[in-house]
Design a protein around this ligand. Structure first.
Ligand code: GDP
Length: 423
C-alpha cells in the first residue's frame, strides 16, 4: 500500500502533524523531495520537534524512515537534526533510517550562492529561505552535483571535486565577486559530515520495492504545498522541486509503483511565507489577529507568515494538482470565537468572476470575492467526535467541501497528536 500525504496550499498546512498521527498505520515513511528549506513542527508525548530533513515518522518507534532520491540533503544540517533528536531520546540507526544513494548533497557553496543572489536582488528578492535549495537543484540538472552515494567512496569523490569547484568558482568569484571555494575545505567537509552517514546510505528504491512486495504500508511525505510546486505552483515564487503526489513515487525511488491513496492536508484559513501573489491576503489588524491566533511564524526561519481567509479558488486548484482522494482540514480551532468567518470563493479580474485558479501572471490583478459564513464561539480544541463539533463548524466544513468539490475526512483541532476528529 502506497499513500502520499501532501500539501494543498502554500505549505505549512500541518503536514508534519498529520504524518505523525497517520503514521501509526504505516511501516515506512519516506520524504521524496525538497531539502531543509521547510520545517515540520510535531508535538507529541515525547516533546516538541522541528524537523527539516528527517521524515516525521522518525518520531514513531517501529516506523522506518526513508530519504528518497528526489531530496537534496545538507549533510551538516542533517547531522545537527539527528543529534538534537538523539538528545531527546529518539533512536536513529541504519535500521530505522535509510538515505538514498541518489539523493543530492546541498553544498555549503550552494547556501552561499543563495545568500549572494538574495543580496544581489535586494528589494526584488524572492524570499528564499537561503538554504541553498534553488542552486543545488540547478546543479543537479546541470549534472554538476554530488550525490549521497559518493560519500561511500571518498577517493573517487576527491577526483571529481577540483573540476566542480573550479566550475563553481566561475560563478562565486566572477559573477558575485566573493572569495573562491577551496577544494580542500570541501573535502574536509565531506569527511566530517559525510563519513558518519555512510552506513545509512543505500538503494532505497530496492528497499521500498521489497517492502511493498512484502505487504508493508508505505507513506510518502511531501514538503510544502501544491502552490509551491515548481511546475504547477505560482512560478517563480515556488520551491525548486515537484511536491505534487504524482512525483511521489519517482522522488521516493519507486517509479514503478502506483499510489493507492493521496491525502491532502489543507488549512482552514490561508498562510504563505515569502514573496509572490497571495490574492486573499489580510493586512493590518485583521492579519495581526489571525497570525497571532494561528502562531503563523515560519518553523525554519521564524519569519511572520502572510495570512488570509480560506481561499477556495487556490485550494480547489491545489486539490486537483494533488489528485487528493481525501482531505485533512487543519487548524479549524484557530477560527473559533468569531460571529462570522470569511471565505474567498472567487477572484474578480477586470469585471470577470473566476472560480478556477488562473495563470500566475494575472494573479496580482485579481481581487478576492468574499462570502461570510456563520462562526462559532466555543473552544473546539477538545472536540474528538463529529457530534462534539458545533453546528456552525460542521456547516463551515460542508461549505468548504462544496466550494472545493472535495471530501474532508479528518479535522484537526489542535497541534497535539490526538486533537482531531474523524468525520
Ligand atoms: P507543515 O510544514 O505542513 O508540517 O506545517 P508547519 O509545521 O509549518 O505548521 C503547522 C503548525 O501548526 C505547527 O506549529 C503545528 O504544531 C500546528 N498545528 C498543526 N495542526 C494544528 C491544528 O489543528 N491546530 C493548531 N492550533 N495547531 C496546529
Amino acid at each position: 500500500m502506497l499513500t502520499a500525504i501532501v500539501g494543498i496550499n502554500w505549505g505549512d498546512e500541518g503536514k508534519g502533524r498529520m504524518v505523525d498521527l497517520l503514521s501509526k498505520d504505516y511501516d515506512i515513511v519516506c520524504r521524496y523531495q525538497g531539502g531543509n528549506n521547510a520545517g515540520h513542527t510535531v508535538i507529541n508525548e515525547r516533546g516538541k520537534f522541528i524537523l527539516n530533513l528527517l521524515p516525521s515518522g522518525i518520531l514513531r518507534e517501529g516506523v522506518v524512515c526513508v530519504m528518497g532520491p528526489g531530496m537534496v540533503i545538507d549533510i551538516k544540517h542533517l547531522a545537527g537534526e539527528m543529534a538534537r533528536l538523539r538528545e531527546a531520546g529518539i533512536r536513529i540507526s541504519p535500521e530505522n533510517l535509510k538515505i538514498s544513494d541518489r539523493a543530492v548533497i546541498t553544498m555549503p557553496y550552494n547556501v552561499q550562492q543563495d545568500c549572494l543572489e538574495e543580496e544581489r536582488l535586494a528589494d526584488k528578492k524572492f524570499g528564499s529561505t537561503k538554504r541553498g535549495i534553488a542552486p543545488v537543484y540547478a546543479d543537479k540538472y546541470l549534472k554538476k552535483a554530488f550525490r549521497m552515494g559518493e560519500l561511500k567512496n571518498l577517493a573517487l569523490l576527491k577526483k571529481r571535486l577540483p573540476d566542480i569547484v573550479e566550475w563553481k568558482n566561475l560563478t562565486i568569484v566572477n559573477a558575485y565577486g566573493a572569495a573562491p571555494v577551496k577544494a580542500e575545505e570541501m573535502l574536509a567537509y565531506f569527511e566530517e559530515y559525510g563519513a558518519p552517514l555512510q552506513e545509512y546510505i543505500c538503494d532505497t528504491g530496492l528497499y521500498l520495492n521489497r517492502a511493498h512486495k512484502e505487504g508493508k504500508k508505505i507513506m510518502l511525505e511531501a514538503q510544502l504545498g501544491a502552490l509551491r510546486d515548481i511546475d504547477y505552483g505560482i512560478y517563480p515564487y515556488t520551491s525548486s522541486s515537484n511536491n505534487i503526489a504524482a512525483y511521489g513515487p519517482i522522488g521516493a525511488g519507486v517509479p514503478n509503483l502506483k499510489l493507492d491513496k493521496t491525502i491532502g492536508i489543507m488549512k482552514a484559513y490561508s498562510s504563505c511565507v515569502g514573496e509572490g501573489p497571495f490574492t486573499a491576503e489580510y493586512f493590518g489588524e485583521k492579519a495581526e489577529k489571525l497570525r497571532a491566533a494561528g502562531g503563523e511564524y515560519g518553523a525554519a526561519t521564524g519569519r511572520p507568515r502572510r495570512v488570509g481567509p480560506f481561499d477556495a479558488v487556490a485550494s480547489k486548484y491545489g486539490i486537483r494538482c494533488q489528485g487528493a482522494d481525501e482531505i485533512a482540514l487543519t487548524k479549524l480551532d484557530i477560527l473559533s470565537g468569531h460571529d462570522e468567518i470569511e471565505v474567498c470563493v472567487a477572484y474578480a479580474l477586470h469585471g470577470q468572476l473566476l472560480t478556477e485558479f488562473p495563470f500566475t501572471d494575472v494573479l496580482d490583478e485579481c481581487k478576492p470575492v468574499i462570502e461570510t459564513v456563520k462562526g462559532w464561539n466555543q473552544d473546539i480544541s477538545k472536540c474528538r467526535k463529529k457530534e462534539d463539533l458545533p453546528k456552525e463548524a460542521l456547516d463551515y466544513i460542508r461549505f468548504i467541501e462544496e466550494t472545493c468539490e472535495c471530501k474532508i475526512r479528518y479535522v484537526s483541532v489542535g497541534a497535539e497528536r490526538d486533537a482531531y476528529v474523524e468525520l
